[in-house]
Design a binder for this molecule. Structure first.
Ligand code: CBF
Length: 835
């Protein structure tokens, strides 16, 4: 390809290719140039926001040079690529990550200080890119970081939501949702106005015979919406690989409003088409683990899948390889069922547009996709009504019916005596209205299905996909336990701890190979190391205490035990169990003698997380936590012994402050409900201990760090069904401590009792689906053990250090290598030295 450009032009191009900055001076030259020319600001009106922009643009320029080279190299070598399709990428802030991965932060710190700015202030100017709800979206972001760091040729595909997840304000103790205008200034994206895809909706399907007498289906009519590409460079750590995240934005196909209408005075309706089209990528649905079957959501899913598939196929076709090579060149990973429409879409492209016959096409499709399941919760499993499908995507519905027919015939041939199984495994649920079961379509259309932690991967095989294991055999199902990127969640979030570790391990190699952490075990008894480790934890707690004071006006004692539960608010995650435990503690403190009080370790219970706007019970929990805080924090009898804090608007950048500051974090879901959890990993790697149930990745964390270093409690997954049954049909008495907690709520201690009656009644009268009452006693007992353990600071420290040393398994780099080997069959493309 290079040879196609004449030598003199190549030489000229090379001569004028910008040189990346190396020194603080060169960095300043770039930053100031951007501030003066790109932003049109001067020395006299350069505030921290402008300094952030100048810094980000200087780093972006550096990144782009490697990005171009990586993309060229990936095209020239024509190696197999991975495409990670995720409706959510919860990226957080980019600047600090770019500086770490590029490796020039020290230069920028010096340069900025010469200009009169502090790096911390500049970093905090950046708006979080919050294109996700929780664990699933953050996992996708960690995976992008790992794929680039490990040099895998990989692209992410997602939607460019104009509004990310809403901002949460707490007003009078209630959650209020405010829009997130995150795109006001985003230096990290490149609008590719030349890369657009027309996506069709609605219309009808006609059948024709082509010139060879073959029946062809043509999808006609309806409306076209245009997808425009926005690219975000994803830099790897310690490598020059920079991968691409392509996000699609929607606009009306013409890209313009209707001039005729406009000229005839219909100003408003002239822009209606434009607005309707733009609505598709306007908002991220703010539900975590909950699907509501809304038409716009299905539109979003198809729009994104169609644009991505068009792009992937276009790239493949440029190689002029035969179609049978497609699965050898392309691996598409479906992050949950959200991108399942990509399966019938690829089949449609191959048969309707490329003229392949059904079987040939299906053989390509079913070798290309892998599907990751992230939940067994029934309310989160996507189903779309057949009439809605018929209306919006008539051709895809036909294709899904054909996929289903072929599949059911296959099942019938193999299980001729089991009539029932057909009904159970059919993609179409025979309800009223009929529904398309997306998870089944994803299983049938993928060559591998994985869960995200061992227990979860076992559970999917014995519950939701049990019949499919029988049909396909167990090898189609596998496990890839989740992980986190140590770059963001250790080095960026906790630079001092990272530095301390590096000083003992002889450098930062552990950020690339987290298993090296095991060498820290040699320092568990090292006095100086212990002292510094403890000081770092304390400093991180002071930082969080300051943040709490600045934002909420509440003073908390940094020497108190910081007990943290930050994650989406959901009944299965059981923040209600935590707050009932806090009330129990409050009641106990009120009844304590001064001597008893002296023995108790002061505690700060910290909550944070968003509730889906329509999830009333979750919002009630937020309200209760805030009401309890109001009472407890102002009770003189209690003083420092207990404080209850609700941190507003929990997001990635706040997690980076919170995780390093916790002593205990809570991962207390009803056993069998949390697929993995990843914040559990973030807390432990930052030297915090865990109170948790035997659920998700808690189990593997326990196996790695040792039972003595984690506080486990509660019933096991295998007992849940029977306990639920006994709540519905048996008799049982409420634990007296929990009854006392309910009495205090119902007597109005925390404000209007009526506000919380649904929460209490759900447990007392309506079956206690999440088994709060079953686990309450053992939860409280375990909290007492924690009080006791915390009193022995020496032992606590030993547990914390040992745990950090044993967390090597939980790197997202390990996950990506597992996906590459077991599912994608891809190899890294290591950049050559001169690249
Ligand atoms: O696998 C990543 C995470 O995904 C979820 O957040 C999800 O959205 N389904 C699960 O709830 C988490 O357990 C899991 O860690």
């Amino acid at each position: 390809v290079e040879a196609s450009i004449p030598e003199p032009q190549r030489a000229a191009w090379k001569k004028f290719t910008p040189k990346p900055f190396e020194t603080a001076e060169e960095f300043n030259a770039e930053a100031v140039r951007h501030i003066e020319t790109t932003l049109a600001r001067s020395m006299y009106n350069c505030d921290e926001g402008a300094a952030y922009a100048g810094t980000a643009l200087a780093f972006r320029d550096r990144l782009v040079l490697d990005w171009n080279k990586t993309q060229q190299a990936q095209t020239f070598t024509d190696q197999k690529r991975v495409y990670y399709l995720s409706l959510e990428f919860l990226m957080g802030r980019a600047l600090d990550n770019a500086m770490l991965n590029i490796g020039k932060k020290d230069v920028a710190v010096k340069g900025l200080s010469d200009l009169g700015f502090r790096m911390e202030d500049i970093i905090s100017q950046e708006h979080d890119a919050a294109l996700g709800n929780g664990g699933l979206g953050r996992l996708a972001a960690c995976f992008l970081d790992s794929m680039a760091s490990l040099n895998y040729p990989a692209w992410g595909y997602g939607l460019r939501y104009r509004y990310g997840i809403f901002k949460q304000e707490i007003i009078d103790g209630y959650q209020v949702e405010v829009p997130d205008y995150w795109l006001d200034f985003n230096p990290w994206e490149f609008a590719r106005h030349d890369i657009t895809v027309d996506v069709q909706f609605y219309g009808h399907v006609s059948k024709y015979q082509d010139d060879d007498g073959k029946n062809v289906s043509v999808w006609e009519g309806g409306e076209i919406v245009q997808a425009c590409a926005y690219d975000v460079p994803i830099a790897g750590y310690g490598t020059s690989t920079v991968n691409n995240l392509r996000l699609w934005g929607s606009k009306a196909a013409s890209g313009e409003f209707d001039f005729q209408k406009f000229n005839s005075g219909e100003y408003e309706s002239s822009v209606a088409d434009q607005q309707r089209a733009e609505t598709i990528s306007a908002v991220l649905y703010p539900n975590d683990n909950l699907e509501r079957g809304k038409e716009l959501r299905l539109k979003q899913q198809y729009f994104w899948c169609a644009a991505s598939l068009f792009d992937i196929v276009r790239r493949f076709k440029k190689t002029q390889r035969p179609w049978k090579d497609f699965p050898n060149q392309v691996a598409i990973q479906l992050n949950d069922t959200h991108p399942t429409m990509a399966i019938p879409e690829l089949q449609r492209i191959l048969i309707d547009q490329e003229g392949l016959d059904w079987d040939e096409a299906w053989s390509i499709v079913s070798k290309t996709f892998g599907y990751t399941n992230h939940t067994v919760l029934p309310e989160a499993l996507e189903k779309w009504s057949v009439p809605l499908f018929q209306h919006l995507l008539p051709r895809h519905l036909q294709i899904i019916y054909d996929i289903n027919l072929n599949f059911l015939q296959f099942v019938e041939r193999n299980f001729p005596k089991e009539r029932d199984i057909l009904n159970r495994v059919s993609i179409i649920e025979e309800s009223n209205p009929k529904m398309v079961r997306m998870a089944y379509l994803a299983v049938i259309g993928s060559h591998k299905v994985n869960g995200v932690a061992e227990l979860h991967s076992d559970l999917i095989k014995t519950t939701i996909f049990k019949d499919f294991v029988k049909i396909y055999g167990p090898d189609k199902f596998t496990n890839v336990t989740n992980g986190i990127t140590p770059r963001r969640w250790l080095h960026q979030a906790n630079p001092r701890l990272s530095e301390l570790i590096a000083s003992k391990l002889g450098g930062y190699d552990f950020l690339k190979d987290l298993t090296l952490l095991h060498k820290l075990e040699a320092y568990v008894d090292d006095k100086d190391f212990r002292k510094e480790f403890q000081e770092i934890k304390y400093a991180n707690k002071v930082r969080l205490a300051k943040y709490i004071k600045d934002t909420l006006g509440v003073s908390v004692n940094p020497s108190a035990l910081f007990d943290v539960q930050v994650k989406r608010i959901h009944e299965y995650k059981r923040q209600q169990l935590n707050i009932f435990g806090v009330i129990h503690r409050y009641l106990a403190i009120k009844a304590m003698s001064p001597e008893e009080k002296k023995k108790l370790a002061p505690r700060v219970s910290i909550f944070g997380g968003k509730a889906a706007p329509g999830y009333w019970m979750a919002k009630t929990v937020i309200h209760l936590v805030n009401q309890v805080g109001k009472v407890v924090n102002n009770d003189k009898d209690v003083g420092d012994l207990l404080k209850v804090i609700y941190l507003e608007d929990y997001n990635v950048s706040k997690a980076e402050i919170i995780c390093p500051a916790s002593d205990i974090s809570e991962h207390i879901s009803t056993a069998g409900t949390e697929a993995s959890g990843t914040s559990n990993m973030k807390f432990v790697i930052n030297g915090g201990l865990i109170i948790g149930t035997c659920d998700g990745a808690n189990i593997e964390i326990t196996r790695e760090i040792g039972e003595n270093n984690i506080f486990l409690f509660g019933n096991l997954a295998e007992d849940v069904e029977e306990l639920r049954h006994s709540h519905m049909y048996g008799t049982y008495t409420l634990d007296p401590s929990l009854a006392a907690v309910f009495d205090s709520i119902q007597s109005g201690t925390f404000g209007d009792a009526g506000s919380f009656s649904a929460l209490v009644n759900g447990i007392v009268d309506h079956g206690d689906y999440y088994l709060v009452s079953d686990d309450f006693a053992s939860y409280c007992k375990t909290q007492e053990l924690i009080d006791e353990a915390y009193r022995n600071q020496d032992e606590w420290l030993t547990k914390a250090i040992t745990s950090v040393a044993r967390m090597g398994f939980f790197s997202s780099d390990r996950c990506i290598d597992e996906y590459a080997e077991m599912i994608w069959n891809t190899e890294p493309l290591v950049p050559s030295k001169d690249e």
